[in-house]
Write a protein that binds this ligand. Structure first.
Ligand code: BJ8
Length: 433
């Protein structure tokens, strides 16, 4: 699968080829264990399985073509970085490797042990030179959403060019003004490196391309979660598709996801479900699931429940809103609309963040979920602290609630499984009662 040609390409990117070859084999094996063991998968998942197998080869090759055309390659760790502007100028904006435990020991040579695994994993990939996306990126765009990230950028910048966007902590008028300036500066920077003007029409096209991707993800959301008796796709498969949405070419991804949705639509009509009718249907709340962090989904779905949605940035928070371009007549108005959409994302980095709770309640209601699991990556203080407010509100509303804090290591899998099984038992008893 990894050819001589790929090895040569990796060498040109200063990648540790021996290590990445081993990591690719391990990632393919893990994917087989987690995904290929499921029965009755939609055949349109083949595209996403193949994409995963070629994550560090085929897609990296394509990115080199973008680079040859002198378009920017921008790596990110947050959905607040305006991918629309990069797409508008023909560049690629993608999420960086940050979901594997394999790179964490290396990161801990420079970072404290007690910070979030997502940050450590990403930092470790850079130190090990073992991620084609990071090695290809002209620069990384960091942001100031959490303490650990914003201090890590200072260290990561010793190894890779970094720019940092200031994301405010509040959503009042003066904070939004600052945020708007940050988007404008981002756009100017992308213009500078592309040597091309980001015109009204180009920005509008870039926005529409990403809106279309979000529309396809919304379609998947409905098909997997809005039919209480039929779940045509597993939560694991839906998660894999969403994870790929952060690295694939957006137009092709959109088309492939619609093909999957066509198949799911037919399954719904024919009442083909991958789960038994009465399994508990759960929504996961909280921090993002960077690939290949499939631990929670795998445990839940091999314990007799279905995941029908994720209130996460690799999930609902990412695709729930489009940028409305219909009334904009100038570039500035487009930027206002971009800001409007970004500011409607309820990341726990904001204070207060009350709107998040109402949105979660609505998600549960619309999908008739049987319960929620609040998932926090270890040491993510904002999401962890906010779980008290979310759990209080949901318990008051009678929604079964379980909080899980975990990192990427497999060590706590048994303990998590025991807690989830007890949680599912209580949901089943409640249903019977
Ligand atoms: S908009 S959720 S993608 S910041 S890195 S905050 S898990 S301690 S990723 Fe996020 Fe943007 Fe918000 Fe979404 Fe916690 Fe870890 Fe920090 Fe994290």
């Amino acid at each position: 699968m990894v050819s001589e040609q790929h090895i040569k390409m990796w060498e040109s990117l200063d990648i540790n080829t021996e290590l990445l070859s081993k990591m690719v084999s391990a990632a393919v094996k893990r994917h087989e264990d987690v995904f290929k063991t499921q029965s009755n998968r939609p055949s349109s998942m083949d595209y996403f399985d193949d994409f995963w197998a070629n994550l560090q080869t085929g897609r990296i090759e394509e990115l080199q073509e973008v680079k040859k055309a002198k378009k920017p390659l921008v790596g990110t760790f947050c959905i607040f970085v305006p991918e629309e502007s990069v797409t508008a100028l023909g560049g690629a904006c993608y999420g960086l490797c940050s979901g594997s435990p394999a790179s964490i020991p290396e990161a801990e040579k420079e970072l404290p042990r007690n910070i979030c695994p997502l940050i450590k994993s990403a930092h470790g990939f850079k130190l090990l030179k073992a991620c084609g996306y990071t090695q290809s990126a002209d620069f990384i765009y960091g942001e100031t959403t959490c303490e650990a990230k914003k201090k890590t950028w200072e260290i990561l910048s010793k190894h890779h060019p970094i720019h940092v966007m200031q994301i405010p902590q509040k959503k009042d008028k003066k904070s939004l003004e600052l945020w708007k300036k940050e988007i404008e500066e981002f756009n100017e920077h992308i213009e500078e490196v592309s040597g091309e003007e980001l015109t009204f029409n180009k920005l509008k096209d870039g926005i529409e391309t990403v809106n279309s991707k979000r529309d396809a993800l919304k379609r998947l959301d409905k098909l997997r979660g809005f039919y209480p008796d039929i779940m045509p796709i597993s939560g694991k498969d839906a998660l894999l598709a969403m994870q790929i949405s952060f690295v694939d070419e957006p137009k092709r991804f959109t088309q492939k996801l619609h093909e999957l949705c066509d198949e799911l639509e037919a399954r719904v009509e024919q009442k083909v479900s991958v789960f038994e009718k009465d399994v508990p249907r759960l929504i996961i709340l909280g921090t993002p699931f960077a690939a290949p962090n499939w631990k929670l989904h795998d445990i839940v779905e091999t314990s007799g429940a279905a995941i029908i949605n994720e209130e996460s940035c690799i999930g609902h928070r990412y695709y729930k809103d489009n940028i409305d371009t219909s009334s904009a007549t100038s570039k500035e108005e487009l930027v206002d609309k971009m800001l409007e959409r970004y500011a409607d994302i309820d990341c726990a980095c904001f204070t207060p963040n009350e709107a998040r709770i109402e949105k979660i309640k609505k998600m549960i209601e619309e999908r008739k979920a049987d319960g929620v699991i609040y998932y926090t990556l270890a040491f993510c203080h904002t999401y962890n602290v906010e779980s008290f407010l979310v759990s209080s509100a949901l318990k008051e509303a009678g929604v079964p609630f379980l909080a899980i804090e975990s990192d990427y290591s497999p060590e706590d899998a048994g303990q998590i499984k025991t807690r989830i099984e007890a949680f599912l038992e209580s949901i089943k008893n409640k249903k019977v009662g």
